[in-house]
Ligand binder design. Structure first.
Ligand code: C2E
Ligand code: MG
Ligand code: MG
Ligand code: MG
Length: 289
């Protein structure tokens, strides 16, 4: 009986693996078509100054509206896109669209000042030879200034090819483009050479923010990241702020910026305009009047 049971569980495992592999294969094929069929949308999550409560900028997060499966989360398709190389055209599309959107918001709502847009890059984006050229073209095309653009990379990308990465980041810095280290604290610790890279911001991974109650391990990690940021002259942004309790701990630790469901989920552009930008204009108008 034990044998039969074992066999059954093997069969079950096989079937599950088969479905998974099939699922992956169709996703791969669908991904390649999705860009031309305009199934991707850029959502924007506001980032706030935790002390004056003002809107600091936005993070661009891609969304896939699949024609038959509906909404598919980035956690499901970004890794496939990375493995297949599709991430490079996808991120270039996100970069173009988000820069265009921000440039248009600056014209419409910023009253002569600027907004900040933060865009995620993957390892393969950094490795492509024409990254700088593509960024230059997009800035020129959309009219967005370099200082409005931040690129997010993860810690482990920094140490993949140190000299080449420094060279790339220096070129971006000369265009006033900012660099954020995303999911900071989760990757291979690059503490030893973080100071060698021209980066501007550290984004505290939401797994730490999630467990930030006093005297927890995570509390001390957050404390340490903020201190590190201060020593190196980097701004610190907390990700995944969900409760007022977490916000209070972050403020107590003097974390400057935050994003999370407590403030706002990532939203479609029209929703951002309605909730944040139209209101911004209203305030300007009422100030004038
Ligand atoms: P990330 O760059 O760390 O982005 C933050 C993620 O946390 C987003 O998930 C966001 O929706 C989510 N988030 C924000 N606030 C909260 C909160 O309060 N609670 C919780 N539980 N989650 C929160 P999303 O949009 O599903 O994206 C997942 C990851 O996929 C991103 O993590 C990023 O690494 C990647 N990604 C998303 N868009 C792009 C893109 O255009 N290009 C590349 N290369 N990667 C992307
Ligand atoms: Mg990010
Ligand atoms: Mg990221
Ligand atoms: Mg992150």
């Amino acid at each position: 009986r034990a044998k039969a049971q074992q066999n059954n569980s093997y069969k079950f495992f096989d079937a599950a693996m088969h479905t998974q592999a099939l699922n992956r294969l169709t996703l791969e094929t669908d991904l390649r078509k999705a860009l031309n069929q305009q199934e991707f949308v850029v959502y924007y999550q506001p980032i706030f100054d935790l002390f004056n409560h003002r809107l600091f900028g936005f993070e661009a997060l891609v969304r896939w509206q699949h024609p038959t499966r509906g909404f598919i989360s980035p956690d499901e398709f970004i890794s496939i896109a990375e493995e297949t190389g599709f991430i490079v055209p996808l991120d270039n599309w996100v970069l173009y669209n988000a820069c265009q959107q921000i440039a248009s918001w600056e014209n419409q709502f910023a009253n002569g000042s600027s907004f900040k847009i933060s865009i995620n890059l993957s390892a393969q984006d950094l490795r492509k030879v024409n990254l700088i050229q593509d960024v230059d073209d997009i800035l020129a095309d959309t009219g967005l200034a370099g200082h409005s653009l931040t690129l997010e990379i993860t810690e482990s990308l920094l140490i993949e090819n140190i000299d080449q990465t420094i060279d790339l980041l220096v070129q971006l810095a000369s265009r006033n483009i900012q660099i954020s280290i995303d999911d900071f604290g989760t990757g291979y610790s690059s503490l030893g050479y973080l100071h060698r890279f021209p980066v501007n911001n550290l984004k505290i991974d939401r797994s730490f923010v999630d467990q930030i109650q006093s005297e927890s391990r995570e509390y001390h990690v957050v404390d340490t990241i903020i201190a590190l940021g201060q020593h190196l002259g980097l701004s610190v942004i907390a990700e995944g702020v969900e409760t007022t309790q977490q916000l209070e701990w972050l403020q107590q630790l003097r974390c400057e910026f935050g994003q999370g469901y407590l403030f706002s989920k990532p939203l479609a552009a029209a929703e951002i305009e309605r909730r944040y930008l139209a209101r911004l204009e209203e305030t300007y108008n009422s100030n004038e009047g």
